[in-house]
Design a protein around this ligand. Structure first.
Ligand SMILES: Nc1ncnc2c1ncn2[C@@H]1O[C@H](COP(=O)(O)OP(=O)(O)OP(=O)(O)O)[C@@H](O)[C@H]1O
Ligand SMILES: [Mg+2]
Length: 240
């Protein structure tokens, strides 16, 4: 079986000649949860935004389930099987939960039944379907964003800092949900500052430094690696 996502020697950035992602390579197996960690400014968000078609790629290649999607515009990628949950502004705050999901379903021409399957996966959202997304708690809003990204039944779901701004309890609830999402057959790529919770659900993790993966290891090995903790993750570890 091919990899779910293969990133090969990717170079990407916001301005020509100023790469932020500098030759990053990472393969993600089907069904894996992979965390992308690393210090502030390492290029974690830029890397997944480049994969998601939101930052120009100057060289390298991205394959989704064996198909070349390098530089494919963001609006086409959900049709190709890629879901992306940005860190901010990931729901329409004035629209209800139902409208957020129905809009995504209409754009993606999702089959009938897709939304009810998602409401089964997110029973809280079913209960709150008529509330504006902006009125929900941070954790519930994050659930709406995740559900929206799942409307197109992605093979791979990428999330940028899903724990940001959430209380530890809500982080636990959101991350438990991600484990459930993986069980439903979705491969997950997770950018996180919260190293502890990311490693708790990830199979493997990559530490990105200066736009390139410095270490790629099994999550449990990385969690126990004092050198890694000291060099790259020290501050986050103390905070976690
Ligand atoms: N929209 C942008 N335009 C220009 N430069 C940007 C933009 N967004 C980020 N950068 C720059 O790219 C570099 C990497 O930023 P990026 O957001 O990818 O890092 P990160 O690893 O996600 O960091 P953090 O942990 O703080 O989220 C930084 O130097 C940043 O200033
Ligand atoms: Mg970031």
């Amino acid at each position: 079986m091919s990899d779910a996502l293969a990133i090969e020697m990717l170079e990407a950035g916001y301005e020509p000649g100023l790469p932020i992602v500098r030759g990053a390579s990472l393969t993600i197996g089907t069904g894996e949860i992979v965390a992308i960690l690393g210090p502030n400014g390492a290029g974690k968000s830029t890397l997944i935004k480049a994969v998601a078609g939101l930052v120009p790629i100057s060289s390298g290649r991205v394959e989704l389930t064996g198909r070349d999607i390098t530089g494919r515009p963001a609006h086409l990628l959900p049709h190709e099987g890629l879901g992306f949950v940005p860190q901010t502004e990931n729901v329409f705050a004035k629209l209800t939960v139902a409208e957020n999901l129905e809009l995504a379903a209409a754009i993606l021409k999702a089959p009938r039944g897709r939304l009810s399957a998602l409401y089964d996966l997110f029973p809280d959202l079913a209960r709150q379907r008529n509330l504006p997304a902006g009125r929900l708690s941070g954790g519930q809003r994050q659930m709406v964003a995740i559900a929206r990204a799942l409307v197109g039944a992605p093979k791979v779901l990428m999330l940028d800092e899903p724990s940001a701004g959430l209380s530890p309890k809500l982080v636990g609830i959101v991350f438990d949900k991600l484990v459930e999402v993986r069980k439903s057959g979705v491969t997950i790529v997770l950018v996180e500052q919260n190293v502890k919770v990311a490693l708790a659900i990830a199979d493997r993790a990559a530490v990105l430094v200066e736009g390139r993966e410095r270490i790629v290891e099994k999550a449990d090995a990385l969690a126990d690696d004092p050198q890694v903790a000291a060099i790259y993750l020290g501050r986050q570890r103390e905070r976690a």
